[in-house]
Design a protein around this ligand. Structure first.
Ligand SMILES: NC(=O)C1=CN([C@@H]2O[C@H](COP(=O)(O)OP(=O)(O)OC[C@H]3O[C@@H](n4cnc5c(N)ncnc54)[C@H](O)[C@@H]3O)[C@@H](O)[C@H]2O)C=CC1
Ligand SMILES: O=C(O)CCC(=O)C(=O)O
Length: 447
């Protein structure tokens, strides 16, 4: 590693001890951005990266709530307001027992670059709680959301900070959070995205992250003269991103072989078609069941308890569950099995060692900050529609989403093409994302 990258990382890690996920995200950015700054005088001596790794504001708060037995429960709430150089803070809320400062800071940091790549005016933020929605009744989730928003409402606003969903926060939670904000502030305004269509949501927002990931993969494949049609695809996760990545892949004629949850994965050799996917959507979104139940409905499929799907032979892999879910050995297995393209739907699902394997093998690899940016981009379009007091059709939103994903791909190629013609999408996404934020920071002085 270059000496100045090492010195920079040493300094950041001293100030952010016991934050491995945050340091992992910073490390990946520093390796590409520090050499870029060294080649570009206008970005030198302004402490840009040093300022970017320091959140503008971090809010932590107590979230007390009553469970169905009348017991008092206490969780911890967070909002990281990372960078507002190019717009109001924007990024999701995660409700999961593993949530801590390190995870939310890595997500907020990634969000700054991702939101910049969309070309829409959104800064970066992220938040959430260690609350576990699994096994909770609707009423418990509602009481938790109301308590969480009672504090969060003091820190957000349509022109200040606009949260949305992430793991464990879907349409149900956004509805409860929005209802409480409106009651507290007596104001009907676009303070959250991912809202229901009946109260200011955008068509295609639920689909956008998964669809966008597949659009990005199409772009990468088409540079190689390849198509997604007839390709075999391995997907991890069975939540929002995984479901709609699968749906778009099926619509485009690919064969989806796997989906998973934290218990294990299902492998359906015949392919998961739209009817089977509808079963999974109902299972996960309404019944809130486990992916293992798939094989009770479709007995030709197999359930692999406690395993991830990366040993299944495929042309394309779309990790859509969570961070660090695809390890070095998994990456080797994928490459050995002839996988030609890996598109991150989740945030940072591949470890740095796994990414290194993909880069060394020169296969197509896109980082989440580029290939899952369709979700936040469509949140940006929801904000635009809220400001306009207007709603675009599905076709209009999907067309804009498609254009944004094509444009992000083009930017990655512009900044990430190596001398031998291989596109390093990590480098491309980092530099393209950095330039816009850095220019705005330079214009705004030392703030
Ligand atoms: N929802 C969105 O619009 C966006 C989400 N993302 C990222 O996509 C990923 C998935 O998010 P969503 O689909 O929204 O969440 P979700 O809550 O709808 O689904 C999460 C899925 O991941 C699985 N999962 C969680 N922890 C796991 C573990 N330890 N091992 C295996 N599987 C696990 C869950 O079982 C579930 O299937 C996350 O990394 C999130 O940050 C990224 C961009 C936008
Ligand atoms: O739609 C949003 O604002 C946030 C989406 C998100 O959390 C992400 O891109 O990771």
């Amino acid at each position: 590693m270059e000496q100045n990258v090492k010195e920079f990382l040493d300094k950041v890690s001293k100030r952010n001890q016991n934050e491995p996920e945050f340091m992992q995200a910073v490390h990946e950015v520093a390796e590409t951005i520090i050499p870029f700054i060294e080649e570009n005088k206008k970005y030198q001596n302004m402490m840009l990266l040093e300022r970017m790794v320091e959140p503008e504001r971090m809010i932590m708060f107590r979230v007390p709530w009553l469970d169905d037995e009348g017991n008092i429960q206490v969780n911890r709430g967070f909002r990281i307001q990372m960078n507002s150089a190019i717009g109001p803070y924007k990024g999701g809320l995660r409700f999961h027992p593993t949530v801590n400062l390190s995870i939310l800071k890595f997500l907020a940091f990634e969000q700054v670059f991702k939101n910049s790549l969309t070309t829409l005016p959104m800064g970066g933020g992220k938040g959430g709680s260690d609350f576990d929605p699994k096994g909770k009744s609707d009423n418990e989730v509602m009481r938790f959301c109301q308590s969480f928003m009672t504090e969060l409402a003091k820190h957000i606003g349509a022109d200040t900070d606009v949260p949305a969903g992430d793991i464990g926060v879907g349409g149900r939670e956004i509805g409860y959070l929005f209802g409480q904000y409106k009651r507290l502030q007596n104001e009907f305004t676009g303070i959250l995205t991912g809202k229901g269509i009946s109260y200011g949501g955008s068509l295609i927002r639920p689909e956008a992250t998964g669809y966008g990931n597949v659009y990005f993969a199409q772009n990468m494949l088409s540079r190689k003269g390849e198509k997604i049609e007839d390709k075999t695809i391995v997907i991890s996760g069975a939540g929002n991103v995984a479901q709609f990545a699968a749906e778009k892949a099926i619509q485009l004629g690919a064969k989806v072989l796997t989906m998973s949850d934290s218990g294990g994965y299902i492998y359906d050799e015949e392919g998961i078609n739209q009817e089977k996917l509808n079963f999974i959507m109902n299972l996960k979104n309404e019944k809130r069941g486990r992916i293992s139940e798939y094989v009770e409905e479709y007995p030709n499929a197999r359930y692999h308890e406690g395993e991830t799907p990366w040993s299944v032979k495929c042309n394309i892999a779309l990790p859509c569950a969570t961070q660090n879910e695809l390890l070095e050995d998994d990456a080797r297995k994928l490459v050995e099995n002839g996988c030609m393209c890996v598109g991150e739907g989740a945030n940072m699902p591949c470890t740095p060692e796994a990414v290194e394997v993909f880069h060394s093998a020169k296969i197509l690899f896109s980082p989440g900050k580029a290939s899952n940016a369709g979700g936040v981009a469509t949140s940006g379009l929801e904000m635009s529609q809220n400001s306009l007091r207007y709603a675009w059709t599905s076709e209009e939103v999907d067309k804009k989403l498609h254009e944004i994903m094509n444009n992000i791909h083009a930017k990655c190629v512009e900044y990430g093409t190596d001398k031998d013609g291989y596109v390093d999408y990590v480098k491309g996404a980092n530099i393209a994302g950095f330039v816009k934020v850095a220019d705005a920071m330079l214009a705004q002085g030392v703030v």
